[in-house]
Design a protein around this ligand. Structure first.
Ligand code: NDP
Length: 347
């Protein structure tokens, strides 16, 4: 079987390609440059059958017309993830139109497609200002697949380019996922559909990253502890929820191949974390204080209390239906740290 992975050069997508190849699937990845495509070809040399096609602009209505031909499954992961968007459209347009374009091309040019999975986010689940009835009784709040972010799209509609960066990103993910479900309702394509909704994704980096300042947003968040850009003050609050990138990749794979995943949303979350837990783990590594002397210390052991008060995205459905087994934060942080140490050695 052949699976199309859009945005194959990304942090999550590279792991997804790897899981698919290891399980005997052929993979066609879309990338924005030959350089990124060739990097992936080298990475997967000897692992499995990987090819790439260039799709420069996912917002172009015909961007995916060729790429979707002949594949059995599609994972649409490509979407901009950064929090400092300068314009109203720069996240919304590729997020929403990219999603609809993949679906439209699939319907028009691929009569054999069985399943399409999109990478959504808990950004499409959480209401950052939970004041509605459904959220009565908190904080802390517990959110599941029935919850939708009603708030960020409104803020962006009202404030436009002046909306906070986090709401612009959250709105882009919410509206993209809404558009995907609407496409399913309006068009009843022959294939079925699922979404993967992760919180902050950590874990080893295998995609191409030239230097630490080019890291993807979630791993950059971790790197900020290593470089000491986060201070003791940043260790006192919940960091949100987290999940290991390998579990997210596996969840996509399972959602593509498990019959019961059809037409479902899946939160893939290992639960709350905080900076204190992260730095406690980093400080336990041999020799790390010589290599990275600025990692904050905070109050070792104080993380548990922070997590007890934190909002929770329930990740049980992904365990039950997709068979995800969440890695521990320690394993994740260790492997992420090692991968970055290797990547940026001598830099
Ligand atoms: P990356 O930034 O590493 O990957 C994003 C991918 O999308 C890259 O392949 C990138 O291509 C591509 N892309 C971004 N913008 C465009 C665009 N305008 N046109 C074409 N391609 C584009 O991040 P992640 O791997 O973390 O993100 C993958 C998906 O996961 C996204 O949909 C994101 O919203 C979602 N997600 C991520 C979370 C996280 O914590 N990491 C949490 C929840 C959801 P290029 O390499 O050329 O830049």
């Amino acid at each position: 079987s052949l699976v199309l992975v859009t945005g194959a050069s990304g942090f999550i997508a590279a792991h997804l390609c790897s899981v698919l190849l290891i399980n005997g699937y052929k993979v066609r990845g879309t990338v924005r440059s030959t350089e990124k495509g060739e990097y992936l070809k080298r990475l997967f040399d000897g692992v499995g059958d990987f090819e790439y096609v260039i799709v420069e602009d996912i917002a172009d209505p015909h961007a995916f017309d060729e790429a979707v031909k002949g594949v059995d499954g599609i994972a649409h992961t490509a979407s901009p993830f950064y929090l400092d968007a300068k314009t109203h459209d720069e996240l919304l347009k590729p997020a929403i139109e990219g999603t609809v374009n993949v679906m439209r091309s699939a319907q028009e040019f691929n009569p054999h497609l069985k399943r399409l999975v999109i990478t959504s986010s808990v950004a499409a689940v959480v209401s950052p200002n939970p004041s509605g009835e459904k959220h009565a009784g908190g904080p802390p709040y517990t959110m599941d697949e029935d919850d939708w972010n009603e708030y960020s799209p409104k803020v962006v509609e009202e404030k436009g380019v002046d909306a906070p960066g986090s709401d612009k990103y959250r709105a882009s993910k919410t509206l993209a996922e809404r558009a995907a479900w609407k496409f399913m309702e309006d068009n009843h394509p022959s294939w079925d559909f699922a979404t993967i909704n992760p919180p902050l994704v950590f874990g080893p980096v295998i995609h191409q990253v030239e230097s630490a300042d080019k890291l993807n947003t979630s791993v950059a968040n971790f790197w900020a502890y290593i470089e000491g850009k986060k201070t003791d003050d940043d260790l006192k609050e919940s960091g949100g929820n987290w999940v290991d990138v390998r579990d997210v990749a596996y969840a996509h794979y399972a959602a593509l191949t498990t019959p019961e995943a059809a037409n479902q949303r899946f939160i893939v979350s290992a639960g709350p974390f905080n900076g204190q837990d992260v730095v406690d783990i980093i400080h336990s590594f041999p020799d790390q204080s010589k290599r990275f002397p600025h990692v904050p210390v905070g109050k070792p052991g104080a993380g548990k209390e922070i997590n007890d008060k934190a909002n929770v995205f329930k990740g049980e459905k992904a365990e039950r239906v997709l068979g995800v087994e969440y890695k521990t934060l320690r394993v994740c942080v260790e492997d992420m740290y090692k991968s970055l140490e290797e990547k940026f050695d001598d830099k």
